[in-house]
Design a protein around this ligand. Structure first.
Ligand code: UDP
Length: 323
C-alpha cells in the first residue's frame, strides 16, 4: 500500500516508517523537521520537507504520493508546554491538521490513522481505562487531540473517510536503528538515561504527593515497535474506530528510575520537585479492544525490555541524531 506519513522523522513516526517498509509498504514521509531529524527517516522512504500549515503543499504532496492511506503523527505532544503555550497546540494539532484531513478527502484516501492520546481522558473515573470513559482533558495537548478526534468523526460521517484513532499511553523504547532524540528532552525515560550516561547530574521527580503508593505519578509504558505494529494492522480494510494502546501495567516514576538503574547498572541521582501542571496521577490502559479487534500482540510488554532497548540505543547514539 502507498502510505503517506506525517511526522515520519520523529520518534514514533521513524519506527513506524521502518516497520511499514519492512512489511512491504511504500512510504512518503512529510515532516517539517521542527522536532524530527532527517537522518531518522529510513533511506527506503521518499521524503518531503514541508509544514502542515502550508495547505497547498500538503494537498499537492498527498496527491503526488498517490496515497492510499495517511498516518498522521506530526504534532506537538508535551503536556507541560501546552499548559504554557496553548495556542501552539491548537494551531498545529488542530488547524494545521485540518489541512491534512481535507487533502486526504480530496485525494480520496481510503484510510486515515491518527495518533491520539490517553490525555484526551483527563483524570479518569476508573482504572484501567477503556475507550468508553468520558473524555475531559485537563491540558490543552489532550484537548487539541480530542478536537481532532471529533473532526475525524464528522469527516467519516459526511465524507465517508475511514479512520482509526489510537489513544497512546506512554511511548518508550527504541528499534535497533531509531530511537528517542528530542532537542529539548522532557520525557521521563530518556531523561533518566541521560543521567545514567553522565550527561546530566540528576533527574527531576515531578510531584511526590500524588495519591499513589509511592506518591509519584503512574504511567503505562508501551514499546514503540509495538505501537508501530498496531498502525500496520489498522491499514486493513474495515478496521475503524478508537483504540487504546498500552500494556495494562502501571509504573510509578520511582519504579521507572529503579528499572533504569537496574538495566544500566548505574546509580541515578534524583531531586524531588513540585508537581508538573497538567499531569494526571495515574494513567493505565485497558487495550482489550486493540487485542481483540485488531489482533494486536505486543512483543515487548515488560518495562525492563522497553528500557533495555532504549538504553541500548542511547549507548550507541549518546548524542542522538547528528542533524
Ligand atoms: N516526569 C518526571 N521527571 C522528568 C520527566 C517526567 O518526574 O524528568 C514525570 C512526569 O511528571 C509524569 C511522568 O514522569 O508524571 C511521565 O512523563 P513524560 O513526560 O515522560 O510523559 P507524559 O505522561 O507527560 O506523556
Amino acid at each position: 500500500m502507498k502510505v503517506f506519513v506525517t511526522g515520519g522523522a520523529g520518534y514514533i513516526g521513524s519506527v513506524c516508517v521502518e516497520e511499514l517498509l519492512d512489511a512491504g509498504h511504500a512510504v512518503t514521509v512529510f515532516d517539517n523537521l521542527s522536532e524530527g531529524h532527517r537522518s531518522a527517516v529510513d533511506a527506503r522512504a521518499s521524503f518531503v520537507l514541508g509544514d502542515l500549515g502550508d495547505r497547498e503543499l500538503v494537498g499537492r504532496a498527498v496527491a503526488e504520493a498517490q496515497a492510499e492511506a495517511v498516518i498522521h503523527f506530526a504534532a506537538h505532544a508535551l503536556v507541560g508546554e501546552s499548559m504554557q503555550n496553548p495556542g501552539k497546540y491548537f494551531r498545529n494539532n488542530v488547524a494545521h491538521g485540518l489541512n491534512l484531513l481535507e487533502a486526504a478527502v480530496t485525494a480520496k484516501v481510503g484510510k486515515f490513522v491518527f495518533s491520539s492520546t490517553c490525555a484526551t481522558y483527563g483524570v479518569p473515573e476508573k482504572m484501567p481505562m477503556d475507550e468508553s470513559l468520558p473524555q475531559r482533558p485537563v491540558n490543552p495537548y489532550g484537548e487539541s487531540k480530542l478536537m481532532f478526534e471529533k473532526m475525524l468523526q464528522w469527516y467519516q460521517q459526511i465524507h465517508g473517510l475511514e479512520f482509526v484513532a489510537f489513544r497512546y499511553f506512554n511511548a518508550a523504547g527504541a528499534s535497533r536503528k531509531f530511537g528517542e532524540h528530542h532537542r529539548i528532552e522532557t520525557h521521563l525515560i530518556p531523561n533518566v538515561l541521560k543521567v545514567a550516561l553522565g550527561q546530566k547530574d540528576r533527574c527531576d521527580i515531578f510531584g511526590t504527593d500524588y495519591p499513589t503508593p509511592d506518591g509519584t505519578c503512574i504511567r503505562d509504558y508501551i514499546h514503540i515497535v509495538d505501537l508501530a505494529q498496531a498502525h500496520i494492522l489498522a491499514l486493513a480494510p474495515g478496521q475503524a474506530g478508537f483504540f487504546n494502546l498500552g500494556n495494562g501495567s502501571g509504573y510509578s516514576v520511582r519504579e521507572v528510575i529503579q528499572t533504569c538503574e537496574r538495566i544500566s547498572g548505574r546509580a541515578i541521582q534524583t531531586v524531588e520537585q513540585p508537581r508538573r501542571p497538567g499531569d494526571p496521577p495515574r494513567l493505565v490502559a485497558a487495550a482489550d479492544k486493540a487485542l481483540k479487534q485488531l489482533g494486536w500482540q505486543p512483543k515487548f510488554p515488560q518495562l525492563e525490555d522497553i528500557v533495555a532497548t532504549a538504553w541500548d540505543w542511547h549507548l550507541r547514539h549518546p548524542d542522538g541524531y547528528r542533524d
